[in-house]
Design a binder for this molecule. Structure first.
Ligand code: PRP
Length: 189
């Protein structure tokens, strides 16, 4: 669903939840951790588009061991702009085999966990040597299925957030921080 009104990138944000500086420090920390955990090996980063695009771009440059990257795009069937339906459809699949590879899924946010629950099962079926999860954000209040997050940036409250890849109606992804959207923006449809 797309918002009917034009987004206002300055005035539609009620508050900055995580500043650009805090995001960048956390990304550096996560990159260092991944580099040390996988030392002596290489890792295949699988980004789940579109939301994880900025995180992936920054995280891969904070990793100092060899990486390969691959991109998947998934979308949930049905649901609304703010609620997931739980059914996942693959819009773009992996470009290369991950058989025998150490794979790290890179996500922007884990909400209900349904998307990752599906993806983990899907990717396990492709025979990687290891499969771990890195997510910038975790919103545990809305979890419906248990997900073990190996690398996590921030745990956030149950608020509708946008920015640094996260959208509402396909907008706000280009904000450099994570912000809370004013409720009137998504209730004014
Ligand atoms: C978001 C996010 C995760 C998923 C998390 O993607 O990037 O993939 O929702 O929600 P869940 O834990 O409830 O499954 P979205 O479907 O909004 O697509 P996008 O990344 O293209 O914005």
């Amino acid at each position: 669903m797309t918002a009917l009104r034009e987004p206002d990138l300055v005035n539609d944000v009620a508050e900055i939840l995580i500043s650009a500086d805090r995001i960048q420090s956390k990304v550096a920390e996560l990159g260092a951790l991944v580099s040390s955990d996988y030392a002596g090996r290489s890792v295949t980063l699988v980004s789940v588009l579109k939301g994880s695009l900025p995180f992936m771009a920054d995280l891969m440059r904070a990793i100092t061991i060899p990486v390969r990257i691959d991109l998947m795009e998934v979308s949930s069937y049905g649901g609304t702009a703010t609620e997931s339906s739980g059914l996942v459809r693959i819009l773009k699949d992996l470009s290369s085999s991950i058989d025998g590879k150490d794979v790290l899924i890179v996500e922007d946010i884990i909400d209900t966990g349904l998307t990752l629950n599906y993806l983990v099962r899907y990717l396990r079926g492709k025979n990687p040597t290891s499969l771990r999860i890195c997510s910038l954000l975790d919103k545990p209040a809305r979890r419906l299925v248990e997900i073990r997050i190996d690398y996590l940036g921030f745990t956030i409250p149950d608020q509708f957030v946008v920015g640094y890849g996260l959208d509402y109606g396909e907008h706000y992804r280009n904000l450099p921080f994570i912000g809370v959207l004013k409720p009137e923006v998504y209730t004014a449809l």
